[in-house]
Write a protein that binds this ligand. Structure first.
Ligand code: CA2
Length: 152
């Protein structure tokens, strides 16, 4: 079976503010930097990336549904929807693609309401609290699992 060599990168609500607000928590890199990093990381393995960021849950869900036909996996930072959205979780489990969940900050060291993730058990890769470089870590791990070259 041919593996599609394309990933969907999803960034949820407010992540368009990366690098503009709250640099003490999220650093100084922008959403464009994140998308370029994931694109570069994936390209090193011959994968292309479709990137979506939206402040609207339905837009994210439509993009996840569309990925079912076009992508081999999804790298997602759901933002605050991580802690609230059964709908987003259902979309991810519904498309049955391998998912990597990324959080820039260490959510377990922050407020208690950030400790629970609806996405956690539909994702096979979790990278939490490694800053923006964590997106590259997640991308590499996800591609390794997709291509069957995982070493850990
Ligand atoms: O640490 C992460 O990546 C989060 O997913 C970011 C979410 C937060 O709700 C999660 O608990 C953890 C917030 C995204 C908002 O991003 C901003 C970036 C810059 C300025 C303001 C918000």
């Amino acid at each position: 079976m041919t593996v599609l060599r394309r990933l969907l990168l999803v960034n949820g609500p407010n992540l368009n503010l990366l690098g503009i607000r709250e640099p003490d928590i999220y650093g100084s890199e922008t959403l464009q930097d994140v998308e370029a990093l994931v694109t570069r990381t994936a390209a090193a393995h011959g994968f292309e990336v479709d990137a979506v960021q939206s402040n609207h849950e339905g837009v994210l869900i439509d993009a996840i549904h569309a990925a079912r036909e076009t992508c081999a996996g999804i790298v997602i930072n759901p933002g605050g929807l991580t802690h609230t959205s059964v709908v987003l979780r259902d979309a991810l489990s519904g498309v049955a693609l391998p998912v990597a969940e990324v959080h820039i900050s260490d959510v377990m060291a922050r407020e208690e309401f950030r400790h629970f993730s609806y996405v956690k058990d539909v994702a096979i890769v979790h990278v939490i609290g490694e800053g923006v470089p964590g997106y590259a870590v997640a991308t590499n791990r996800l591609i390794s699992l997709i291509t069957g070259t995982a070493t850990d």
